[in-house]
Design a protein around this ligand. Structure first.
Ligand code: C5P
Length: 402
């Protein structure tokens, strides 16, 4: 199964007979869950029409650097920033040479220069062109610039030659693109993540809860899974598709969430859930009738799940969240200290409810000089990958102090 859900991919197509295979590749990337924008060079459009890719991707195909309409919809710098991955397939010898030189004379090469996302190319050319020393030099240069090269395959070529230079099959390219997101930095680590709200019953039809879409917790679960971790996601009620290869335990109340967390605390515990701080002392067995004009509900404090695990013997590496509406840094650092956490992420609660993006700061090292990292505002899925990278590096450092 491809791990391309929520991945934003620019599929770049350059001129070559293998351009027809890019249609199948586009379909496979979308089937794998990616959001795909297609960018074609002028010569690619000689081999296959932009309309084919517009129909397949559901988005307008970008061809020109100086296209006013396209710039008004999503400018080229915005498009470059949007992409988690630019995948050029087929990549001609000429395009690879442009990439090696860092040229920006057409839209696709400009995007490659402007993007800070991943960049991969699937070369496709005649075997003589592939073996040529100039092409091989260019390939070496782009590899040094962190460009990943898929293939090429070897065999019969459209021109009648036989040898290396054929574009890899679309299914192999889609698989390799998906593998780029699987970092392995948490390979074999057991991680438990809580997400979503909890619901505290007042009676069989009413409850008290918090605002929480669960998006951040689910994005972290997916990113941790892609980093190679075995992930258990303990989730309150949300309207989200569970990420693939993640074990989901659905709970309702804070006490149910705590019980599940005690069973599978993992090596790392990431507490993203918006746990209700209080619950009604009693949940009425039957629906309460609205006979009185006022109603007094007596509540009792819920157990703090994160603090319980963090302060327990054989504690996991504990990561908390501080969603606040004011004094973000002060409150986050206080929680880091009080709950004896290894790491905490703070975010502005009112900005992030149900939103697809977030502005997050991390704090750690409470006992010494508290360290801090501000993350650039980004989509929750891209942010989650950066947050998981920080969690992995802090976890490794804590597990094996130098
Ligand atoms: O103390 P506060 O609720 O603001 O702390 C937030 C952090 O603690 C979050 O990581 C949240 O998931 C966790 N928490 C918890 N159990 C509670 C309350 C909060 O695990 N009862």
């Amino acid at each position: 199964m491809l791990s391309l859900s929520n991945k934003q991919i620019i599929l770049g197509i350059t001129g070559g007979i293998a351009a027809y295979k890019a249609a199948e590749l586009c379909r496979l990337l979308i089937k794998g869950g990616a959001d795909v924008r297609v960018v074609m060079t002028n010569s690619a459009a000689e081999f296959i029409t932009p309309l084919t890719f517009q129909a397949l991707s559901g988005n307008r195909v970008h061809t020109d650097l100086l296209d006013e309409d396209a710039e008004a919809a999503m400018g080229h710098i915005e498009l470059a920033r949007w992409a988690d991955l630019i995948l050029v397939a087929p990549a001609s010898a000429n395009f690879i040479a442009r990439l090696a030189q860092g040229r920006a004379e057409d839209l696709l090469s400009t995007l490659c220069l402007a993007s800070s996302g991943k960049l991969a190319v699937a070369p496709a050319m005649n075997q003589g062109m592939w073996k040529n020393a100039g092409t091989q030099d260019n390939l070496k240069q782009i590899q040094e610039k962190d460009v990943t090269i898929f293939g090429p395959a070897s065999g019969e070529q459209a021109c009648g030659d036989t040898g290396p230079g054929r574009m890899q099959e679309p299914a192999d390219i889609a698989r390799a693109a998906s593998d780029l997101f699987e970092t392995g930095e948490l390979a074999g680590v057991n991680i438990t993540i809580t997400a979503g709200p909890t619901r505290e019953a007042i009676d069989p039809v009413r409850y008290i809860s918090n605002h929480s879409s669960g998006k951040m917790g689910y994005a972290l679960a997916r990113a941790a899974m892609e980093a190679g971790a075995n992930v258990v996601l303990i989730s309150g009620p949300v309207a989200l598709e569970p990420p693939p290869r993640v074990k989901v335990v659905v709970v309702e109340s804070a006490s149910q969430m705590l019980d599940s967390c005690k069973v599978v605390p993992g090596d790392i515990f990431i507490s993203v859930a918006a746990v209700a701080d209080y619950r009604p002392v009693e949940s009425a067995p039957e629906k309460i009738k609205k006979t009185d004009d006022t109603m007094i509900l007596t509540m009792i404090k819920n157990p703090d799940i994160l603090a319980t695990l963090s302060l327990s013997k054989d504690r996991p590496f504990c990561v908390g969240f501080a969603a606040e509406t004011e004094n973000l840094e002060e409150y986050a650092c206080k929680k880091l200290q009080d709950k004896k956490l290894d790491l905490i992420f703070s975010n502005n609660a009112s900005d992030t409810f149900n939103s697809d993006s977030a502005l997050v700061t991390a704090y750690w090292n409470a006992e010494k000089n508290t360290a801090k990292k501000i993350f650039e505002e980004s989509t929750k899925s891209s942010l989650a990958r950066d947050m998981v990278a920080l969690i992995a590096s802090r976890y490794r450092e804590t597990a094996a102090p130098v």
